[in-house]
Write a protein that binds this ligand. Structure first.
Ligand code: ZN
Ligand code: ZN
Ligand code: ZN
Ligand code: ZN
Length: 198
């Protein structure tokens, strides 16, 4: 009996996963996760094409929509020709799957080592400390982490050096200039003062 139960358990482990983990030198019996590559459109709301992040709804025929789209379409399914109602039935299985998915931050190549939940990915990336900074000078195109060194090296004549954030500094922003870049050698930061116009 014990051996047949063991065989049944083993048969449920897909071959590809076994290979992956064997290659990584992990123990086969302890597998609780698997690595996939997936086309991201499978995880998008089919109506607005924005990734599903929380509630997922479906009509009785199984078409999906996010909460926002249920409201925008007056709770009529866009996938059904006769506009079946949508907005009452949750697709819990897909919600559970999304909750369990772990991925990397898109700034991994800039040094972010965080493993983020798929559903938290966009929120994390908006505030990720490893997000590269874009240079505001026209036509420059610089996009990386060390903006301070870049501005001091490439735009020295246009940048104003200030003496720390706690010291008052008088700067002049010309009327036609779109912004003024301030650099602070103490903190190694760049501060962009945008010109609101008039
Ligand atoms: Zn949507
Ligand atoms: Zn439908
Ligand atoms: Zn990050
Ligand atoms: Zn630049």
């Amino acid at each position: 009996m014990a051996s047949s139960a063991g065989a049944a358990k083993k048969a449920r482990t897909p071959k590809s996963a076994t290979k992956l983990h064997a290659a990584a030198g992990q123990q086969e019996e302890e597998d609780t996760s698997m690595t996939f590559s997936m086309e991201l459109r499978a995880l998008e709301c089919p109506v607005c094409l924005i990734p599903f992040e929380s509630e997922v709804y479906m009509c009785k025929n199984g078409h999906g929509a996010c909460a926002g789209c249920c409201i925008r379409t007056n709770r009529k399914c866009s996938g059904c020709g006769d506009g079946e109602p949508i907005g009452d039935i949750r697709n819990r299985q897909l919600e559970t799957l999304l909750e369990a998915m772990i991925t990397t931050c898109k700034f991994a190549r800039y040094g972010c080592g965080e493993a983020v939940k798929y559903t938290d990915k966009r929120g994390h990336e908006e505030t990720c400390a490893h997000a590269p900074c874009e240079c505001t000078f026209d036509g420059c195109g610089f996009r990386d982490l060390d903006l301070y060194d870049h501005v001091r090296g490439k735009h020295e004549v246009s940048a104003v050096v200030i003496n720390g954030w706690d010291t008052a500094t008088t700067v002049t922003l010309r009327k036609g200039a779109p912004f003024l870049a301030l650099v602070d050698p103490d903190s190694g930061r760049v501060f962009v003062l945008r010109n609101g116009g008039d």
